[in-house]
Design a protein around this ligand. Structure first.
Ligand SMILES: [Zn+2]
Length: 235
């Protein structure tokens, strides 16, 4: 049975500890409406990594539907978010302070703790590298993740046009999450990813670009050197 499929495998996130038998859902099930929750990718993950990831997922499953344009986000907002916020009063107050409401009464701008988004998508990228192409990133590689500014979107378009070894273009839960990824032709550890959540979020909160509204999250895996030379490392 699938419930013990990851027994004795190494965690894809830290690469050091053994996985819990059931592994980890790459995209947390709470992001999806109940009718869409099946056949999602799972990876081996240890208890510590699982718990760390779950903290960011809990925050983001409550917050992200506010910025979504997809009907799933709207439904999620009505059906599931109120329950989550009832359990988390601090978050509820933060959101009430930060959200901009459009004339139609729809929340449009979402200030968000960006590092929780990038930290989660770094883990998701690590998981998808393993899930699709059986890649575990060696130590000299890192993943850089960011909300894409309009300039960033163009840069990613260019990168996706380069020669690649493998390419995936996936939509999960009727478009709740969609992503594409390309693996470098010369180096299987080099990859580029672009994520869209709830039909394109409108996220703000990047301290470097306070006026920008982002639709995609981008991620690149490469050597520390390459990420630094390309100016892709944030520090
Ligand atoms: Zn781990």
């Amino acid at each position: 049975m699938a419930s013990k499929q990851f027994q004795n495998q190494l965690c894809v996130y830290c690469g050091k500890e053994h996985s819990i038998p059931t592994g980890d859902h790459v995209f947390a099930r709470q992001f999806f409406l109940e009718e869409h929750r099946s056949h999602f990718p799972k990876v081996p993950a240890c208890l510590d990594c699982n718990n760390a990831k779950a903290k960011d997922e809990t925050y983001l499953t409550a917050v992200l539907p506010f910025g979504g344009r997809h009907s799933v986000a709207r439904k999620n907002l009505t059906l599931m978010v109120p329950k989550r916020l009832a359990k988390n009063q601090r978050l509820k107050r933060e959101l009430a302070d930060g959200i901009t409401i459009s004339q139609a009464g729809i929340p449009t701008m979402l200030p968000i703790e960006i590092q929780r988004v990038t930290r989660l998508f770094e883990m998701i990228t690590r998981a998808l590298l393993w899930h699709h192409w059986n890649v575990r990133l060696p130590d000299q590689y890192a993943i850089e993740c960011a909300l894409l500014s309009s300039v960033g979107e163009l840069l990613y378009e260019k990168l996706f046009e380069m020669n690649s070894n493998n390419f995936v273009d996936i939509s999960l839960g009727n478009g709740t999450f969609s992503y594409c990824g390309a693996q470098g032709a010369g180096d299987p550890n080099f990859s580029i990813w672009r994520y869209e959540i709830y039909g394109g979020l409108q996220l703000t909160g990047d301290p470097d670009f306070p006026e920008e509204v982002a639709r995609y999250v981008g991620a690149i895996s490469g050597t520390h050197e390459l990420l630094r030379d390309q100016g892709l490392m944030s520090n």
